[in-house]
Structure formats: C-alpha cells, structure tokens
Design a protein around this ligand. Structure first.
Ligand SMILES: [Zn+2]
Length: 162
C-alpha cells in the first residue's frame, strides 16, 4: 500500500480558504495501474462518502475499486476514516500546499481535475462564495461587501508520496 499526497496550487484574488463546497464532493482523478503502468483513458471519480466492496478483500471496502483493462488486476484506494481536504489559504497563494491524502493499493493517481463546486471566502470581507466552479480552470466574481473583484486562476496539482 502506498499513501499519496495531492497538493494544489492556485492564484487567489482577494479570496481565501478554497475547499470543496460539500463533503460529498466527487474528486476526478487520473489513475494508473501499478502492475502494468496502463493509464486509464478516462478520469475516474472518487467520493469520500461512498464505499464499495473490494472483491479480493474478504468484506473490506474502499472508496475506489478498479479493474485494469489491460492486466485485469483489481486495485483500490481509500481515504482515512477522518478524511477532510485541507483548504487552500491566501497565505500560500501561488505555491503548492497539501490538499488531501489517500491510501492506494495496486494503483497510483497521476492527475486531478478540479471540476465541481468549491467554496471560498472574501479575504477581507468574509463573504462566502459557495458556488465556485473550477471546471473551466478559472473563476471570477465580485465581492460587493469589499467592493473588490475576486477570482481563482492557474490551478495546478501534483501527486507525491505522502
Ligand atoms: Zn494493469
């Protein structure tokens, strides 16, 4: 088993504490088989509130179970029971910061697509923006209370061994 860390980086404009908007967020990852190095052609979604049975695991479960199309081996990935993603704050603006960890058996994640609904707050005003869509790679809005434009752009991600 290998524990992987996903770090993210973004340019925040007048906002802070970027995090998925709900606990049932679907994380879209690119997955690679550790046995034959085949990269699955499609992104897969992993949800920390949904578990499936691992065929080979005598009743054990995981948040992601995958059978490689090439070598047919089954692999899986699992979040910690206390899983929570770490919010991305303005303190680390423009730098990589730890976002989440996940335990992988027989697979590795090699990509992350930030599509889905996120939330963040105005850095000065505390205004909550809870409908932030990052699927296009960029989000812009206006903070009425602070009378400032707000935005998120240049989202990058990387996987490393935790
Ligand atoms: Zn394989």
């Amino acid at each position: 088993m290998v524990r992987l860390l996903l770090s993210i980086q973004a340019d925040l404009e007048n906002v802070t504490d970027l995090v998925p908007a709900s606990d049932s967020f679907d994380y879209f990852f690119q997955v690679k088989c550790s046995s034959c190095n085949e990269v699955h052609p499609k992104l897969v979604s992993v949800n920390s509130l949904e578990e499936r049975e691992v065929t080979s695991g005598k009743g054990s479960t995981a948040h992601f179970v995958w059978r490689c199309g090439l070598c047919k081996r089954e692999s899986s990935a699992k979040f910690d029971p206390s899983f929570k993603p770490q919010s991305y704050s303005a303190d680390v603006n423009g730098q990589f910061a730890p976002f989440l960890t996940i335990d992988c058996r027989g697979l590795e994640f090699v990509g992350f697509d930030p599509r889905g609904t996120w939330r963040c707050v105005g850095a000065e005003s505390g205004t909550v923006f809870d409908d932030v869509e990052l699927g296009e790679g960029e989000w812009v809005d206006y903070d009425e209370k602070a009378a400032l434009p707000v935005g998120i752009s240049n989202i990058e991600s990387k996987w490393t061994r935790a």
